[in-house]
Write a protein that binds this ligand. Sequence first.
Ligand SMILES: *[C@@H]1O[C@H](CO)[C@@H](O)[C@H](O)[C@H]1NC(C)=O
Ligand SMILES: *[C@@H]1O[C@H](CO)[C@@H](O)[C@H](O)[C@H]1NC(C)=O
Ligand SMILES: *[C@@H]1O[C@H](CO)[C@@H](O)[C@H](O)[C@H]1NC(C)=O
Length: 452
Amino acid sequence: MNVKETATRISTLILFFCVLICSGTFDESPMVGDDTNHCSDDEKCSPDAKDKKPILIWWTKDLFPHDRTYKYHEITCKKGACVTSIDRALKNDPATRAFVFYGTDLRADDLPLPRKPWDEWALFHEESPKNNWMLTYEDALSHFISDLRDWTDSPAMPVEEKNRLQNEKGLAPIVYVQSDCYTPSDRETYMKELMKHISIDSYGRCLNNRKMPDEIDGFIKLHSPEYYKFLAQYKFNIAFENAICNDYMTEKLFRPFEVGAIPVVMGSPLVKDWMPNEKSAIFVNDFKHPKDLAEFIKYLDSNDTEYSEYMKYKDPKHITNKFLHKMLEERPWRVLGEWDKVNFGHRMYADFECHICDRVIERQEALRAHKSDPTKNPPPPPRMATKEHLECPEPTVSLETGKKVNKSLNYWEGLYEARAMKQMLLAGETNTTKFQSKYLKRLTDKYDKWVV
Ligand SMILES: *[C@@H]1O[C@H](CO)[C@@H](O)[C@H](O)[C@H]1NC(C)=O
Ligand SMILES: *[C@@H]1O[C@H](CO)[C@@H](O)[C@H](O)[C@H]1NC(C)=O
Ligand SMILES: *[C@@H]1O[C@H](CO)[C@@H](O)[C@H](O)[C@H]1NC(C)=O
């Protein structure tokens, strides 16, 4: 593929990947005595579903990537076919093998219990652990997803115009808009220090020092073209994520690229892999102290030639990152089907669905092989997700100031809930609504004792 074709492709497909996490399957095997090799014997573990295709149930049904007027959908994946449905009544069907949950909506008092040893639980999530603290502890397998958007379709505001706005409207070089002021990444401590060294217009609830223009105030309007135009007036946009996780990159990062500004990035350790080229963003981690970052931004603010170097990504021929091109061309998460034409946004869910279907089929094949020749074919090991799959380390401070990490009540509640959920599963509980009274014991146990 030549450069021109690639560029055209980039400008039509466009960027971005985003928001992350999601995952494969996590399975625990509470009901089988032999806890290292659950389902080591096909007959003992999984019911005979004869020639039926494995069934996947979307326990969180809102994300079901198919037409809901049909009760079932057959999907064809790499390894074979599965049936997918939102019908919870299929829970006990002998062919049912997997349940899909959305991270934010995962609730321990609404699970498909009793959990059978052959039930695969698959977790999909696009938010940081902040949306469901339990997932900080709960096992979750990570799997990369993407969403594409066009960042080259609107040119950046010329730097001369940005300079004029700074002089005439008194705009700062940097804009910051944030309403969530207590985050696992502790971005607020860093921001507070940064603001001591360089002028920043902060319009959100956190460290606010400037009033948002009336015409773009309010959440809905934050996605409007007016809001993008508003951000485009600034040379630099703060792009600090609420949590630092490998696969967590959000609109905070790609919006500056769309509007034509330089993102000042605090976020995923892998973020540099995804940049359009080597001079398009500034990374907090490249500087020892916010003061040094401020000096560098001031320099770019004063040197229009150098600033314009950072704006070159707006021209597709300057998107030189080969990895990014490759990901855009391959887009391995992309699945096309009939429904896809009417349901574009759900493509990634369908890909996830096939990911699970393929793993289920692989497992069944391995079990069959084991059954036919146990000495030659070892049983497939259980696949249990670990903390590393989520790749979101525990919250830390963003800057050494003597301030302690804010492990909020929610954070500790998450730990407590995760432990209670595990106990519930190990006990082989059949009634999920007993979670609170029997396992979590919210009313009798105090969370406070966890808080340090
Ligand atoms: C401005 O940046 C350019 C490189 O883009 C450099 O050659 C030039 O020396 C810089 N000017 C100043 C005053 O630092
Ligand atoms: C810690 O975070 C919570 C929100 O999660 C907030 O309400 C609380 O005020 C914070 N505590 C401190 C000391 O900053
Ligand atoms: C499940 O437990 C709840 C109380 O937590 C109870 O009200 C309900 O009747 C139980 N359901 C069954 C089927 O036992």
